[in-house]
Ligand binder design. Structure first.
Ligand code: CA2
Length: 147
C-alpha cells in the first residue's frame, strides 16, 4: 500500500486563483490538489489533501496524523508567521514534515520573513508557486527512503 501523505493548507488558501494571481498564481487549490495527486502517484505515494481556516482544526489534524499518515506537507498560510501553537503541534509529533509556500516569503513584507513553522520541520520550500508542493512531495519521498 502507498504511504499516505497529509497535505495541509491553512487560512485563505481556499481563495487561490480568485484574487492576487500576481503573487500566488492562477491555479485554484483544487488544481493544486489534482497536481499533487498525480505527482504523488508517480512517486508511489497517496495524498490526503485538506484546507482549513481554523488554527485548532489544523492542530487536531497534525496531532492525529500519525494514525493514518507517513508524513506531513503543509502550507500554513498566515499562521506561518504567528502560530507558536502550530509549531508546538509539529514538534509534538514524530512524522517528517515539510513546509511549503507559493510565494518567496523572504522577498515580501518583513512580517512574512519569519516562520515559526520552519523551526519544527525537516525542510522548507518557497517561491516556486504550485510546483513547490510537488518539490515537497519529492523531498518527502527522499525522507521516507532515508535518502
Ligand atoms: O506564499 C504562501 O504560500 C503563503 O503561505 C500564502 C499565505 C500568506 O499569508 C503567507 O504569508 C504566504 C496567504 C494564503 C492565500 O491568501 C490569499 C488571499 C487572497 C486571495 C488569494 C489567496
Amino acid at each position: 500500500m502507498s504511504a499516505n501523505i497529509l497535505i495541509l493548507n491553512g487560512p485563505n488558501l481556499n481563495l487561490l486563483g480568485l484574487r492576487e494571481p500576481e503573487i500566488y498564481g492562477r491555479r485554484t487549490l483544487d488544481d493544486i490538489r489534482a497536481l499533487c495527486e498525480s505527482h504523488a502517484q508517480g512517486l508511489g505515494l497517496a495524498v490526503d489533501f485538506r484546507q482549513s481556516n481554523h488554527e485548532g482544526e489544523l492542530i487536531d489534524w497534525i496531532q492525529q496524523a500519525h494514525a493514518d499518515h507517513a508524513g506531513i506537507v503543509l502550507n500554513p498560510g498566515g499562521y506561518t508567521h504567528t502560530s507558536v501553537a502550530l509549531m508546538d503541534a509539529l514538534r509534538g509529533q514524530t512524522l517528517p514534515a515539510i513546509e511549503v509556500h507559493l510565494s518567496n516569503i523572504h522577498r515580501r513584507e518583513p512580517f512574512r520573513q519569519h516562520s515559526y513553522v520552519a523551526q519544527a520541520v525537516q525542510g522548507s520550500i518557497c517561491g516556486f508557486g504550485a510546483r513547490g508542493y510537488l518539490l515537497a512531495l519529492d523531498g518527502m519521498r527522499a525522507l521516507l527512503d532515508g535518502d
